[in-house]
Write a protein that binds this ligand. Structure first.
Ligand SMILES: O=C(O)C(=O)C[C@]1(C(=O)O)C=C[C@@H](O)C=C1
Length: 277
């Protein structure tokens, strides 16, 4: 059976995303201690797929995932899951808001609940954990008035009470996850998107020339992001997503033009079906 890794322990948003990616198909969900571990297990073949967060509607790119993806040329994007993310403030039974001494969570959750924390828990210590569910598990076993920002479903799993059901600052807080693997999806079911990583030469209009190829073919871009190439200051690579599949004749022809004329490197991360909540 296919093994699908995610940032654990059970009860994270990533686990829910992995579950949705699996759908009615077969697959064993495997909890990993960190995102680095998901990539390491994909590399060594201990996992066939890994579901990782790539972008949040309020915080932007999950840079660590983009960088690890760039460092793993064998990996492709096999699917996408977009999920509504609601952080709840969970506490051990009997703990009230004014009693909370410390709040535990993943750094992304803290960032997504910044205003809430400032307004309702000003001055309370924050402790970063490997994931939201790791935070809930620690709050449950510490025997202190410590709260966790975690998915609502983590409350029953870790015997915690829901003090504030929705603590995120943006009501429409969404995170996009990618299912990564070594095998490319050859004929993704429409609607699909394709993702690329590319580099350009340092010359006037280099990025414009790439984007122009999309514009003249009326291909809709859905994201462009730059990340340092790590080769030197001011040297970047670009992550770009667009609507369509790499196998579409128009897209195929455009990718050839980009490779031959406008980029220094171009990697097609994959074409994949887009799942919406
Ligand atoms: O800690 C979790 O529950 C995760 O799945 C990680 C993660 C992330 O890294 O973005 C996933 C979704 C939310 O944006 C907050 C945290």
């Amino acid at each position: 059976m296919k093994r699908i890794g995610y940032l654990g322990p059970p009860g994270t948003f990533s686990e829910e995303a992995a579950r949705r990616h699996r759908g009615n198909g077969e697959g064993e969900l495997v909890a990993c201690a960190s995102l680095e571990e998901v990539f390491a297990r994909l590399e060594t073949g201990l996992l066939e797929e890994g579901v990782v967060p790539v972008e949040n509607s309020s915080e932007g790119a999950v840079s660590v995932v983009l960088d690890m993806l760039a460092a793993h040329p064998e990996l492709t994007v096999r699917g996408e899951v977009v999920m509504q993310v609601v952080h709840s403030l969970l506490v051990p039974p009997g703990v009230k808001l004014e009693m909370v001494e410390k709040v535990l969570s993943h750094p992304q959750a803290f960032a997504q609940c910044r205003t809430f924390l400032r307004q309702k828990l000003a001055g309370v210590e924050l402790q970063e954990c490997a994931s939201t569910a790791a935070a809930a598990a620690l709050a449950a076993r510490c025997r202190r008035p410590w709260a966790a920002l975690a998915p609502l479903s983590a409350a029953s799993r870790y015997n915690l009470q829901v003090l504030i059901p929705a603590a995120n600052d943006c009501p429409h807080n969404k995170t996009r996850f990618w299912a990564l693997g070594r095998k490319r999806v050859l004929s993704p079911v429409p609607p699909c998107k394709t993702s690329l990583i590319f580099g350009v030469r340092h010359r006037p209009g280099a990025l414009y020339r790439v984007l122009r190829e999309f514009a003249i073919r009326e291909i809709n871009l859905t994201r462009i992001e730059s990340r340092p190439s790590k080769k030197g200051l001011g040297d970047y690579i670009f992550f770009l997503d667009f609507e369509g599949a790499a196998g579409d004749p128009v897209v195929k022809e455009m990718l050839d033009v980009l490779t031959e004329e406008h980029t220094t490197t171009l990697r097609v991360l994959g074409s994949y079906h887009v799942e919406q909540e």
